[in-house]
Design a protein around this ligand. Structure first.
Ligand code: NAD
Length: 309
């Protein structure tokens, strides 16, 4: 397929390389030209404008930070939509909101341009291995037509058509919201339990074996507990963006979400304390700091050791 890719960051970089590896013809664009070096080395064409991407592609994928970036790239001056040909398809894989894509679709449909939302889960690691989980919203026939492109980036078993336009964004926002809730709840429990004198390894093992266990406890939290790795491949600025969008969506559909609003505030506190570029798991450190502990299992240098007298 002739594919265009806009936004070559932590996710879009490896995703576009997987499209190339699968044999697709690729045209790429990023405001940071240097982000395209590896793609160009592997045979991609580097476009100097967004319109040039459209001119060389039947399908254009965007993987941009926020809904504001998506709207600017699609509908702004020299934007993508105005340059796309009849019969071509725009797939937005960013974590964004239905409202922006609705505005794009209102203009795209009369021009015969197809639209899909297809945000992803699986972190930069999944983007590199081509095993992302992809949640697609839109028409079934369009999804089927775009499957070869999606399969180059995601696990074929976990590319899910989740409903009409906007459903992909909604599923993705709800996944992130629940994951961030797990992170904050787990941080509180581990900090309180160890501060109460329970060995961290014993506490963690007990929780995993209990009815309160979760995938987060069994797997995701281990990067912090083993390595002190708060996952800088997903920046706090983006995590806070996702939480804000999830809470906004709840407001839009009229569902009160006290817990989610609170988790959003904890995340905003983490961003204020450790910065925009800190990793998405850094809110755990808020609890480590307040309890005067480092939550580390014995395979690392220290187990929940006291760092303040
Ligand atoms: P990133 O900031 O690393 O990459 C974004 C890229 O877009 C950058 O290279 C930037 O230069 C480029 N860009 C910004 N404005 C542009 C414009 N006007 N035209 C062209 N390029 C532009 O972000 P990321 O971590 O790759 O995330 C991208 C999207 O994927 C976000 O919506 C994020 O929420 C979502 N996401 C990220 C992860 C993750 O683990 N990083 C996981 C799932 C989903």
């Amino acid at each position: 397929m002739r594919i265009g890719f806009i936004g070559l960051g932590n996710m879009g970089g490896p995703m576009s390389l997987n499209l190339l590896a699968a044999g697709h013809t690729l045209t790429v664009y990023d405001v940071r030209k240097e982000a395209a070096a590896e793609q160009v080395a592997q045979g991609a064409r580097l476009a100097s404008t967004i319109a040039e991407v459209a001119g060389n592609s039947d399908t254009v994928i965007t993987m941009l930070p926020t809904p504001r970036h998506v709207e600017q790239v699609l509908l702004g001056d020299g934007g993508l939509l105005a340059a796309m040909a009849e019969g071509s398809t725009w797939i937005d894989m960013s974590t964004s909101v239905p409202a922006v894509a609705d505005r794009v679709r209102a203009q795209a449909e009369p021009l015969g341009i197809r639209v899909l939302d297809a945000p992803v889960s699986g972190m930069a690691k999944g983007a590199r291995s081509g095993m992302l989980q992809i949640f697609v919203g839109g028409d079934g026939e369009d999804v089927a037509r775009q499957r070869p492109a999606l399969e180059a980036m995601g696990d074929p078993e976990r590319i899910l058509h989740v409903g009409p336009h906007g459903a992909g964004y909604a599923v993705k926002l709800m996944i992130n919201l629940l994951w961030f809730c797990h992170l904050v709840a787990t941080s509180e429990v581990l900090a309180v339990g160890t501060k109460a004198g329970v060995d961290l390894e014993v506490l963690h093992r007990s929780l995993v074996a209990s009815p309160a266990t979760s995938n987060f406890l069994q797997s995701d939290v281990l990067s912090v507990l083993h390595h002190g790795d708060y996952d800088e491949s997903f920046a706090m600025s983006l995590a806070c963006k996702d939480l804000g969008l999830a809470v906004d969506l709840a407001r839009e559909v009229g569902v009160p979400v006290e817990l989610s609003a609170l988790v959003e505030q904890v995340y905003r506190r983490g961003r204020a304390a450790y910065g925009d570029l800190a990793g998405e798991m850094i809110p755990m450190k808020l609890y480590e700091d307040v309890a005067g502990l480092e939550l580390r299992l014995p395979t690392s240098q220290s187990a929940a050791r006291e760092v303040h007298p």
